[in-house]
Ligand binder design. Structure first.
Ligand SMILES: *Cc1c(COP(=O)(O)O)cnc(C)c1O
Length: 365
């Protein structure tokens, strides 16, 4: 692997393949696999990731918004794409690009049916989302009759699904099992009241790991594909696909009682060597990571971020680490997990990864 010469997010497509195969190995051979590639495939690169996953044979993609689905269609992805949170203002574009909406409320259902009728669509694939406890988006169990009454052959329900609130949390097993039981009941009732049998799905990555018995016809995985499993044992089996690398722009030798960075937030207690790196909060390294909360790796050794994170730079303490200007620095990735970095900054890998801004160049290996 060539050493970094600027700030880059290195994406390892072999690691992606490994994670996909690992997650597949947890499933029955017939269970379909939906790859969640919303938010630039969790901050990596939706297009490259989707192209790779397509060649590996995923059955479905999901994005959050219409525009994300359009980007995939524009590079020739033909696999079905579920749009988890479509906005009515984009329904026409959604149809134009053959994207499949998640319909989650009476209002959104009516709006979509209206457009489907207007455009004389026939059996247009749609998905019905049920709320079983997350209380974010979804129909209620007692909306089934309403849905069935309003349906016509402009659309075809290809799947019904729900989303777990705490599939990674062993202390919330009872809650999760209640959600699954509720989805099971909804599924039965739905099949009874409708002639077609739509696909059923409720599991995300941690669901695949912790509740494989509820895999139904399909699972929806995001974070696992990118190498994190919300569980240290599972993390050992997965490979982070993204490594954030940067370099040392300048070294400073500072004396005791000197200040570093904006607002003099760091004060040296002895002779120190600091390194300035070309990455800051505009790249997604938010201010919460400053002031000794987290470290980066310089030649495999831990160098804490000192002082306040600037917009385009951070300063790290490299005292005692042999290094030179231009040397590579690992912010997080295979050698030092995004999960640990995020945890030290009081957040989760999802937020850290999706927050790596588009200013950071993506390179693929
Ligand atoms: C984001 C999302 C997922 C993926 O969850 P992971 O924990 O990343 O596997 C699955 N389903 C829905 C509805 C989502 O919004």
């Amino acid at each position: 692997m060539p050493k970094a010469t600027e700030t880059v997010l290195e994406i390892d497509l072999k690691a992606l393949e490994h994670n996909y195969r690992y997650l597949k190995s947890k499933l029955n051979p017939k269970t379909k696999f939906l790859a969640v590639v919303k938010a630039f495939a969790y901050g990596s690169d939706a297009v490259e990731i989707a192209i790779k996953l397509d060649t590996l044979g995923v059955d479905y993609f999901a994005v959050a918004y219409v525009k994300e689905g359009v980007a995939l269609r524009e590079v020739g992805i033909k696999t079905p794409i579920l749009v988890l949170h479509p906005q009515p203002v984009n329904f026409k574009t959604l149809i134009e690009y053959k994207l499949e909406p998640s319909l989650y409320s009476p209002k959104i259902l009516k709006k979509f049916l209206g457009i489907a009728k207007e455009q004389n669509l026939k059996d247009y694939p749609v998905h019905i989302k049920f709320n079983t406890g997350l209380n974010r988006l979804g129909f209620w169990e007692n909306d089934i009759d309403y849905i069935v009454q309003h349906l016509n052959n402009n659309v075809k329900i290809v799947s019904i699904f729900s989303h777990l609130a705490a599939s990674e949390d062993a202390y919330e097993k009872e809650f999760t099992q209640k959600q699954i039981a509720s989805f099971c009941k909804i599924s039965k009732e739905f099949d009874e009241k409708l002639d077609v049998k739509p696909l059923k799905h409720i599991l995300n990555t941690s669901g695949i790991i912790n509740y494989p018995e509820a895999q139904y016809d399909m699972v929806r995985s995001g974070i696992g594909l990118y190498g994190y499993g919300n569980d240290s044992a599972i993390d050992k089996e997965l490979q982070p696909i993204a490594t954030l690398k940067t370099i040392i722009s300048q070294l400073h030798k500072i004396e005791p009682n000197e200040k570093v960075g904006y607002n003099m937030a760091f004060t040296s207690d002895s002779y120190r060597v600091t390194a300035t790196l070309p990455i800051g909060h505009a790249d997604g390294i938010r201010r919460q990571y400053g002031n000794n909360n987290v470290f980066v790796l310089v030649h495999g050794k831990k160098a804490p971020i000192i002082g306040n994170v600037c917009m385009d730079m951070i300063m790290v303490d490299v005292t005692g680490i042999e290094c030179a200007e231009g040397d590579e620095v690992i912010v997080f990735g295979k050698e030092s997990s995004a999960e640990a970095f995020a945890h030290a900054g009081n957040t989760i890998s999802y937020e850290l990864l999706t927050g790596i801004s588009q200013r950071v160049k993506r390179v693929f290996i």
